[in-house]
Design a protein around this ligand. Structure first.
Ligand code: GDP
Ligand code: MN
Length: 363
């Protein structure tokens, strides 16, 4: 399970890792208690928000309302936030990168660090990373955080902060282990002008298999329960509504000699937001060449599905070609919306699958 920034920072804070003073708001909140200047941060489960325009620094009162109006309606790579994090603005001197993650091949927790953090980390070269295995030594049965703090201080060129780096890594490790994390990334870890180290951002993924020992309550991705990966190397992704129709769709894909990547029942309460999430997930399968959408609209409205399809085409890069069959409630409205957007509809699942096969033969 992937946490939102504010959820991850709450866990950091419980493990005594400094985070900026903050408040979490939704679109009905009326009062911001964080004093100016503050930063508004879109709470979407994806990185690169800064570059996309999802982080705004507010210096004066009149800037606040327009920024709030913008961010609550501003999709980032297909995600529109339900909540915003309001944080005290930090005076940044330097930005570093630190992450902890489970490395399955060596069965250990690894630490990676880079002296350049922030939004340009993609430009860091592999060689610039310090990588340390956080393993207990055989003699002391303890991790030598003292030495690791020193190593980090050297790597960051921050000799005066060896002790605070030691504390930081020790607390990050505790946070990682007590929460059964798979990934904990702080980018940036900020050195403030005042000389303090503070977590400017946090990405955290928890191990779903450990859920039974926690009482997790996070803003969850709503499609989870009706979504099953069948074959990560499948070439055809499917979206349908209702478990029966979703199964029939998967079977039909396979009967046509194609390989279904997943089962997805979007259910009756599907809206543009949940559908966009679904498209995002499907676009991540490496070998998918087609997405087959098979909707028999009842409680789900065809036009709602059509709007999500249009939004997905606009917002998701490298979305595989769509093969769409829709029938039922509000079909006419959906057909109009899609035809205006130049997205073709097929009259049956059979036609859709024939078109998929024809499409893949051309390649
Ligand atoms: P990301 O783009 O999704 O990784 O979002 P981050 O939370 O990492 O923010 C991106 C960048 O915004 C950071 O690297 C900072 O440079 C900048 N930023 C975030 N918060 C503050 C702040 O309080 N003050 C200042 N000056 N910059 C900030
Ligand atoms: Mn970041």
């Amino acid at each position: 399970m992937k946490l939102l920034e504010y959820e991850a920072k709450a866990l950091l804070s419980l493990s005594k890792i400094p985070v900026p003073a903050s408040q979490i708001i939704d679109s009905s909140s009326t009062i911001i208690t964080v004093p100016l200047p503050f930063v508004l941060k879109s709470q979407v489960p994806i990185g690169g928000r800064g570059k996309a325009g999802g982080i705004m620094i507010i210096n004066t009162p009149p800037e606040a309302q327009p920024a709030l109006d913008k961010l609550f309606h501003f999709p980032i790579k297909g995600f529109t936030p339900k909540t915003l994090l309001v944080e005290e603005a930090i005076h940044i001197d330097r930005e570093f990168y630190i992450s902890l993650f489970v490395d399955r091949s060596s069965q250990s927790i690894q630490l990676m660090a880079h002296k350049n953090g922030g939004i340009e980390v993609e430009e860091n070269t592999e060689a610039g990373y310090l990588r340390i295995t956080l393993a207990e030594s055989a003699e002391t049965r303890a991790i030598n955080f003292d030495a690791i703090g020193q190593q980090l201080a050297n790597h960051f060129d921050l000799q005066s902060h060896a002790f605070s780096l030691q504390d930081l890594v020790q607390n990050l490790y505790t946070c990682f282990v007590t929460n059964d994390a798979l990934l904990l990334e702080i980018n940036p870890i900020i050195l403030t002008v005042e000389g303090l180290l503070i977590a400017g951002d946090c990405k955290m993924t928890l191990d779903d298999a450990a859920a039974f020992r926690h009482e997790w309550k996070f803003e969850e991705e709503p499609i989870e329960s009706n979504f099953v990966t069948l074959d990560p190397d499948g070439t055809v992704a499917t979206i349908a509504n209702g478990a029966g129709l979703a199964m029939a769709t998967v079977d039909a894909v396979n009967d046509h000699g194609l390989k279904a990547a997943n089962f997805l029942d979007i259910g009756g309460g599907a809206n543009t937001q949940t559908l966009l999430l679904a498209f995002r997930r499907l676009a991540q399968y490496p070998k998918v060449e087609a997405i087959v959408i098979n909707i028999f609209a009842g409680i789900t409205k065809s036009d709602e599905v059509a709007k999500a399809i249009i939004a997905a085409k606009e917002q998701i890069e490298a979305l595989p070609p769509l093969f769409i069959r829709i029938a039922g409630t509000n079909y006419e409205e959906a057909a109009t919306l899609l035809s205006v957007a130049n997205i073709p509809l097929l009259s049956s699942l059979e036609d859709a699958l024939v078109a998929v096969k024809r499409g893949s033969h051309h390649e």
